[in-house]
Design a binder for this molecule. Structure first.
Ligand SMILES: Cc1cc2nc3c(=O)[nH]c(=O)nc-3n(C[C@H](O)[C@H](O)[C@H](O)COP(=O)(O)OP(=O)(O)OC[C@H]3O[C@@H](n4cnc5c(N)ncnc54)[C@H](O)[C@@H]3O)c2cc1C
Length: 425
């Protein structure tokens, strides 16, 4: 019998536990440890940020679901990992030992790296549901007394999609309230151009997103490094392509949300050979850490080098579909290793994304995620908004039911030949 611990119960960790339940034997024990008692469907957080979703709509209490699936669920935060003794120490003082560990702890949000930044200071956040709900409340106050808005992503950010989604959703909401004319909007980003997305662009995402911004009267500043936030002012410097300083900006705002840089959680920081200097888990082609071969990493918690160096640092996004491919490979490889065989499934890390704009949206597929690619595809329209609603319904339902692949997912995957996109073998 082997004991497998999954650390984190977000988008990656929850389905990792379900998939492992199906690939391991009933003698093997699975434990999930999470610092939150619930799963949150993070992709819907931008909607919560304008009050279109409440916390209860997009969260699922994990204890009862895990129990039904025969998985132990421990609601406790990990404070220390000792990979030499295979031991996790938790906030409560509890120690949990494992034979195999899957780290799925997502990002630690590095708001503290910029003065005045974050939901405890002068800007809003949609990264966690608790932040997004607070932003949604603030949004109502703002709409009663509108002014300039600044949305975007700071230096070192890797997750740009939600910044585009949030500014577009906000723009849609303002038009519906008929106060769009009272709100000058600026998108400020560390990306070298609009639509770069940390991926070097996907097909013509540059042209499409610039065109949508022009159409919706949204100004933009790229290659931006934020110096500090004051209560109603963002101070940033715009850089040229050669890295030289172009111009300094002082942008007034009455409402601002900027995506922060991510890093690994404190419990992992500084573990030589396990994580990189930012605390992200180093993995090989099989999602396994090369030094501690009984440790795997999935989701935002893993290290992926940026495909291109940009004048202002940017990272690579780890999106839902990529994460599912990491989870599937890990669920396949751990049982093989337990049997004494070699792992043989490689995740594709293909990026498929639905970016919602509140009433329509943009979809893109990058295969593989880093250029040059075998396939670049993107499209836009109302269908993306509807597809995102279906995706939200289906994913939350899947987590609630505790199944890794419900019948309708199997059916859709077969129809669209999606298995090919998930697996490399
Ligand atoms: C606002 C936003 C919107 C996004 N929208 C999309 C989208 O539309 N499409 C898409 O493909 N991708 C999207 N992403 C990217 C990505 O899919 C999500 O970030 C996704 O939630 C990442 O999954 P994860 O499992 O790696 O991390 P998370 O879902 O963040 O899960 C991490 C888990 O670890 C737990 N944890 C953290 N620290 C500890 C600790 N010390 N001890 C124990 N547990 C801990 C957390 O409570 C959580 O359960 C979005 C990201 C953000 C931030």
């Amino acid at each position: 019998m082997a004991h497998i611990v999954v650390l984190g119960a977000g988008l990656g960790g929850s389905i990792q536990a379900y998939e492992l339940r199906e690939t391991l034997t009933s003698n093997d024990k699975i434990t999930v440890i999470s610092n939150k008692s619930y799963f949150q469907f993070t992709p819907s957080n931008p909607w919560a940020g304008v009050g279109w979703r409440k916390q209860k709509d997009i969260t699922v209490e994990m204890g009862p679901v895990m129990k039904r699936r025969g998985i132990e669920f421990i609601h406790d935060g990990a404070t220390k990992l000792d990979p030499e003794s295979n031991t996790i120490t938790c906030e409560s003082g509890r120690e949990v030992t494992y034979d195999y560990l899957v780290i799925a702890t997502g990002p630690d949000l590095a708001f503290d790296e910029i003065e005045g930044f974050g939901p405890d200071k002068f800007t809003e956040s949609v990264c966690h549901i608790e932040h997004a709900v607070k932003s949604g409340d603030k949004w109502e106050d703002f709409c009663a007394n509108p002014g300039p808005i600044v949305i975007g992503a700071v230096q070192g950010a890797s997750c740009f999609g939600p910044a585009y989604e949030y500014i577009m959703t906000i723009e849609t909401d303002l038009r519906r309230r008929k106060i769009r004319d009272k709100v000058p909007m600026t998108f400020v980003t560390s990306e070298p151009y609009i639509g770069h997305l940390g991926l070097g662009g996907v097909g013509d995402t540059k042209g499409m997103l610039e065109s949508i911004f022009r159409d919706r009267d949204i100004k933009w500043i790229t290659n931006s490094k934020v110096e500090k936030f004051e209560e109603h002012t963002l101070h940033c410097t715009e850089f040229n392509a050669d890295g030289s300083e172009k111009v300094k900006h002082e942008l007034p705002f009455d409402y601002s949300m900027m995506l922060p840089a991510f890093r690994g959680i404190p419990a992992l920081m500084g573990i030589e050979g396990l994580v990189n200097p930012r605390g992200f888990v180093i993995v090989d082609d099989y999602q396994r850490n090369p030094k501690y071969q009984n440790i795997f990493g999935v989701g935002v918690a893993i290290a992926i080098a940026p495909p291109v160096i940009t004048p202002v640092p940017t990272g690579v996004p780890k999106t839902g579909f990529m994460i599912e491919s990491m989870v599937t490979a890990t669920a396949h490889n751990i049982p093989l290793i337990i049997k004494g065989e070699e792992p043989d499934e490689k995740p594709t890390w293909n990026a498929f994304c639905l970016a919602d704009f509140g009433d329509r949206g943009m979809a893109f597929l990058a295969m593989p995620q880093n250029p040059p690619r075998n396939l670049n595809w993107n499209s836009q329209g109302r269908w993306v908004h509807w597809a995102k609603l279906v995706f939200e319904w289906y994913f939350i339902r899947k987590v609630k039911k505790g199944v890794s692949e419900p019948w309708y997912e199997k059916f859709i995957m077969k129809m669209l030949n999606i298995d090919k996109l998930k697996s490399n073998t």
